[in-house]
Design a protein around this ligand. Structure first.
Ligand code: SF4
Length: 519
């Protein structure tokens, strides 16, 4: 090894060094721990069927829920707009969590400021913090818009964002022209998807109303030819590239409303900028005159969709994350219907190639029992994908609660989808449950594969089930978000990820009789 080469031990090897082993052993005398036998017995009990019953009876505590809080989604939504600074009205600790969580998933910085409320603001209200924060952040970071959301503290004390922003204008801290969009995001209800929706709707309605434009769908020389597309709380920057590829193949003009892919896929040039890409602010009011809107997360974008169909009077086609062949077929049909354009031959050809790939892998996926965890729209896509390739969803956990779209509940739709296929007959859907429930399920009714975010890795490890990382957040693997999972290309990526995990397992568990070279 070169003498200049740095030793960078993983913490597993670092903390296996004798000095740390000794340090931990010494600490035990102050911790009054249970005996090793007690610990082992408790652990074994936590894996039992008897414990599972108690676990499912639990009412007063949530353990490892598969969701994040509302303002985290709002920060992501704000970063989907050109030169927009997300501003969190509340404590700095909350904002640090949103920033670090998003940055750990995307491996990119998340520029967002907070009003840094502390005890005095909790007692006297956070107006002064907000006004000072606006003045400082606009001077320092020079945004073209600020997008303001709240944390629990600001909500509990009832801070009034609209009047605080008005007072900031009266004080001359911000000019009348400077846009400050805002939404309320109390985190004791809802989740990151609710927060995303509130901020997207907040930005669209704010920029539209202040523009003075009167919505006239399908009018306007430029905007009338366009289609609006919303991807929602989208953890995959690759999905933005994929939807662009599809829309370009149709040769239609379009506006993506809320595109954070620029901020989360910025190049390393040696110079850091605060803002990359995003929907142009001037395009938002013009979007009111587009032909129609397409939403790819119908359960997430409930309020935004209501605003677009209600205030903009626009035709809106809303679907869940278009995964798999059937999901992508529906996406292409929707684009074709909204634009009046035929499905391009290049996409039909791509479809054929992916169907061929699915057929190649089918023998290894057929009948595989899977556990699924995710947000409602992703779960609808994943259930559809599993059924289409002959995998059998068994345990499905959605911590987000039973959201609805057009008066159809997510649970209702998911269960109807499951009963539409013989592969769905073993499935049970758990709404509002958490990953500690999922752990009991995996241990007591084993599956072949778990599909979900990094948070599922602990339950999967305890149950010795391989985990395919899909969704948000993926904190412990790199670059997954760069590869699309929507469209035909995304179907191929998802298939590759899943089938190769199954093949890895076959190799890992080989009996020694035959360590196959070809599969
Ligand atoms: S739940 Fe409330 S207090 Fe906790 S991080 Fe989210 S906004 Fe902050």
């Amino acid at each position: 090894m070169s003498k200049d080469r740095l030793e960078i031990p993983d913490y597993n090897s670092l903390f296996s060094e004798e000095r740390y082993v000794q340090q931990r052993a010494n600490k035990k005398q102050f911790e009054a721990p249970c005996s090793e036998q007690d610990t082992a017995e408790a652990l074994a009990y936590s894996k039992s069927a008897e414990y599972m019953e108690k676990n499912f009876d639990r009412k007063a505590v949530v353990i490892n829920p598969h969701k994040a809080c509302q303002p985290l989604g709002s920060v992501m939504a704000a970063l989907g707009f050109e030169k927009t600074l997300p501003f969190v009205h509340g404590s700095q600790g909350c904002n640090s969590y949103f920033r670090s969580h998003l940055s750990r998933h995307f491996k990119e910085p998340t520029p967002a400021v907070s009003s840094s409320m502390t005890e005095d603001a909790a007692v006297f209200g956070g107006m002064n913090n907000l006004i000072d924060g606006l003045e400082n952040s606009i001077a320092l970071y020079k945004p073209e818009m600020v997008a303001l959301c709240t944390t629990c503290m600001a909500e509990v004390i009832g801070d009034d964002l609209s009047s605080f922003i008005g007072n900031a204008r009266v004080k001359g801290v911000i000019s009348e022209e400077f846009p400050v969009a805002f939404c309320n995001t109390p985190s004791f209800v809802g989740s990151h998807i609710t927060g995303y929706d509130s901020m997207l709707k907040g930005i669209l309605s704010y920029l539209y109303e202040r523009s003075g434009i009167k919505a006239n769908p399908g009018s306007g020389e430029e905007s009338g030819e366009k289609l609006n597309v919303m991807l929602g709380f989208e953890p995959y920057t690759g999905n933005f590239a994929e939807i662009r590829k599809i829309l370009d193949a149709f040769d239609t003009k379009y506006t993506i409303l809320g595109d954070h892919s620029g901020n989360y896929d910025s190049p390393a040039t040696g110079e850091y900028e605060y803002y990359y890409g995003g929907t142009k602010l001037a395009d938002v009011p013009l979007a009111a005159n587009a032909l129609g809107s397409l939403s790819l997360q119908k359960y997430t974008l409930k309020k935004t969709q209501e605003f677009i169909s209600g205030t903009w009077n626009q035709q809106i086609t809303a679907m869940s994350t278009p995964l798999g062949i059937t999901g992508t077929d529906k996406l292409l049909e929707a684009i074709s219907e909204l634009t009046g354009l035929p499905v391009p031959a290049s996409l039909t050809e791509e479809r054929g190639r992916v169907v061929d790939a699915l057929t190649d892998s089918h023998p290894y996926l057929h009948g595989k029992r899977v556990a699924l965890v995710g947000d409602p729209d992703l779960l609808i896509g994943l259930i559809g994908f599993c059924l289409e390739v002959g995998m059998e969803p068994v345990h499905i956990v959605c911590s987000n609660g039973d959201v609805d779209f057009n008066e159809v509940k997510f649970k209702e739709e998911a269960e109807a989808l499951l009963v539409s296929s013989p592969y769905g007959s073993e499935a049970t859907l758990y709404i509002g449950n958490d990953l500690w429930h999922m752990r009991s399920l995996l241990l007591n009714d084993p599956v072949d594969l778990a599909i979900g975010s990094s948070h599922l890795k602990f339950a999967a490890k305890d149950a010795d089930v391989p985990l395919v990382r899909v969704g948000f957040p993926i904190l412990d693997r790199h670059h997954m978000h760069r590869y699309p999972i929507i469209g035909y290309q995304g179907t191929l990526n998802l298939l590759t990820l899943i089938v190769n995990t199954v093949l890895d397992e076959l190799d890992r568990n080989n009996s020694g009789f035959n360590y196959d070279l070809v599969r």
